[in-house]
Write a protein that binds this ligand. Structure first.
Ligand code: 13P
Length: 340
């Protein structure tokens, strides 16, 4: 394992004033997003949409792009590989390597992320295609009192450890993503407790499986109230509790933490990241690795029409810049209006 190369890539992924674009929606997920804007999801419409993003000025704020298997092999309309467009924009190509979730028969309502079979071979192939980092998302169901089970937390943490060790052996930086969902009516404090259990289990497995912390990026949820909880934590509380969680659980050897947006609105995702970065200096870089919170606006602006491509690019560039500001603790609500 070349730890120094992995560390260099990890640091570039959380370079000051930049963050990661999660454009790795599976074919099923992107179909849902396109349904919402009444666009038919075809190989070409998916290519056109992603090419539009990768050619936009907003890429100056993007350190790395997480791709899906189809996309890492696709070419732009003029024949340039999409991976090449990303590199030309000064960004690092990455790849989602998990194969989604399967139910855990012994744990009703819970799941385990799969995809470890032949993963070493697939990682080698992705490296050859230009990927320098990977992503694996574990999904942790949460409720007020019973979920998650110890079983679900353990099997998902174990799989994250296996994945991360294989990535590093293949020269790819693993993004380790244990996502505690924000669906449901649990409180912000319940989210804190569950997230702490999950992160402790994950770092236990990473240690046990000899993953080099200097060569990885953590992609956690923020500590937020369940979407249906009558009492919603405000921006200051989310920032305070998320930082407290990270200080308790994340070793300082980890170069950076890039949050998922997980169903937060675009405005919330930006405000929360900004509030965290305005606090005391931290041992790790805190930035974004957003999917929906970066793409909802460009998807609406584009709506599948070629003549809307520059409007789509403007919308993406704006969100990317706002989040880049937030990653420095320099975002203000006024900036939203100026640019708009
Ligand atoms: P969201 O920001 O939409 O949660 O997506 C990020 C991601 O990569 C989830 O795996």
């Amino acid at each position: 394992m070349n730890l120094s190369a992995l560390n260099t890539t990890a640091l570039a992924m959380v370079a000051p004033g930049k963050g990661i674009l999660a454009a790795d929606e599976s074919t099923g997920t992107i179909r849902k997003r396109f349904d919402a804007i009444h666009v038919e999801s075809t190989e070409q419409s998916r290519r056109d949409y992603r090419e539009m993003l990768f050619r936009s000025e907003g890429m100056a704020s993007i350190s790395g792009v997480i791709l899906y298997d189809e996309t890492i092999r696709q070419e732009a309309a003029d024949g340039t590989p999409l991976v090449e467009l990303i590199k030309r924009a000064g960004s690092i190509p990455g790849i989602k390597v998990d194969e989604g979730t399967q139910p855990l028969p012994a744990c009703p309502g819970e799941s385990v992320t799969v995809g470890l079979d032949r993963l070493a071979d697939r990682l080698q192939a992705y490296y050859a295609l230009g990927a320098r980092f990977a992503k694996w998302r574990a999904v942790i169901e949460i409720d007020k009192d019973t979920l998650p089970s110890m079983t679900a937390v353990h099997v998902n943490a174990h799989a994250l450890g296996r994945y991360a060790a294989l990535c590093q052996a293949a020269g790819l930086v693993p993004i380790v993503e244990p996502e505690v969902l924000m669906d449901g009516d649990h409180t912000v404090d319940r989210c804190f407790d569950v997230s702490r259990r999950v992160l402790n289990e994950v770092f236990g497995e990473l240690r046990l499986q000899r993953v080099a912390l200097e060569g990885m990026i953590l992609k956690p949820n923020m500590v937020v109230s369940g979407q249906k909880c009558p009492e919603q934590a405000d921006v200051a509380e989310v920032a305070e509790k998320t930082i407290r969680l990270l200080k308790e659980c994340v070793p300082t050897a980890v170069p950076g933490i890039a949050f998922l947006s997980g169903g937060q609105t675009e405005a919330q995702a930006t405000a929360h990241l900004d509030a965290m970065n305005r606090r005391d200096p931290l041992p790790w870089k805190l930035t974004f690795s957003y999917g929906r919170a970066l793409q909802a606006a460009p998807q609406r602006a584009w709506s599948g029409k070629a003549e809307n491509a520059s409007a789509g690019q403007r919308a993406f560039t704006h969100r990317a810049r706002m989040n880049a500001k937030a990653s420095l603790g320099q975002w203000t609500p006024a900036l939203e209006h100026e640019a708009a």
